[in-house]
Ligand binder design. Structure first.
Ligand code: SAM
Length: 248
């Protein structure tokens, strides 16, 4: 499985904006990352199609996707089923939306080739201790040509970024931010025909604090990141974050 690395730039799918409530709050420097990831979600789920979100947490992204794609069936799965007044409102608004408690490694209850799209946000790094088990579970339920998409995952190849993350984790500033590596994507990609890695936050990671304070700086940093990664493709894996798009 050869990984295809790139840094997506605007324009993004106009429907992706409508999915931004699916992440709650995020810094301006991560805006392109989410818009690119959500563009992949919108392109992977046809009207009337079926999607499964794994590690869906409070279920906001599943709800936003169900609203964005007409007649789609979207299931939000997490170890703990999403609940609360926002969830009740979303369920009332979207007939195709449902939430279940379940384990991402155990999708045996779904028929083979059932979903156009399986996706997760800030999810893969919670599942990376058993890449083979995850691949076996998701590959079976995705239909041929269907997609597996992960949005907002931490990359660990850059020692400087890994050190900042470890430092912040040690200070209890991060919940769980274990790093992911290319060999894990290659392993997860076995059985898929294509694996795209969208990399973000190269300079943007150390400069996050500045660019988040001054919104305009975020745009400049994005452009710098894009140029650097285009001129020196080896820098893609040195970025801090990525989205992943696997095609079965
Ligand atoms: C960082 S949160 C991300 C939540 C949500 N996707 C978001 O973007 O806000 C990770 C979630 O993964 C869930 N999780 C961890 N291991 C899981 C597993 N094996 N199966 C299903 N969900 C799992 C946790 O319960 C948690 O809600």
């Amino acid at each position: 499985m050869k990984l295809e690395w790139y840094h997506p730039e605007p324009p993004f799918d106009p429907r992706a904006e409508g999915l931004l409530p699916g992440v709650g709050g995020f810094p301006p420097s991560d805006r392109h990352l989410f818009l690119a990831g959500y563009t992949a979600l919108c392109h992977s789920l046809p009207a009337g199609g079926r999607a499964l979100e794994i590690c869906g947490g409070f279920g906001k992204l599943a709800a936003a996707l169900a609203k964005a794609v007409p007649d789609a069936e979207v299931i939000g799965l997490d170890l703990y089923a999403a609940s609360g007044s926002e969830v009740d409102a979303a369920l009332a608004e979207c007939p195709g939306l449902s939430y279940v408690a379940g384990d991402a490694f155990d999708l045996g209850g779904y028929p083979e080739g059932h979903f156009d799209l399986v996706f997760g946000q800030a999810a893969l790094h919670h599942l990376a201790h058993d890449i083979d088990g995850l691949r076996d579970a998701v590959l079976r339920v995705i239909k041929p040509g269907g997609k597996l998409v992960f949005v907002f995952e931490p990359l660990g190849h850059n020692p400087w970024i890994a050190a900042i993350r470890a430092w912040r984790f040690a200070r209890a500033e991060l919940g769980d931010e274990s790093n992911l590596f290319a060999h894990q994507f290659e392993r997860l990609g076995q059985g898929f025909s294509r694996c795209e890695v969208q990399s973000f936050n190269l300079l943007g990671y150390p400069m996050k604090a500045a660019s988040d304070r001054f919104g305009a700086v975020a745009e400049v940093v994005q452009t710098l990141d894009h140029r650097l990664m285009r001129w020196f493709p080896g820098l893609h894996r040195m970025a801090a974050n990525c989205n992943l798009v696997f095609t079965k």
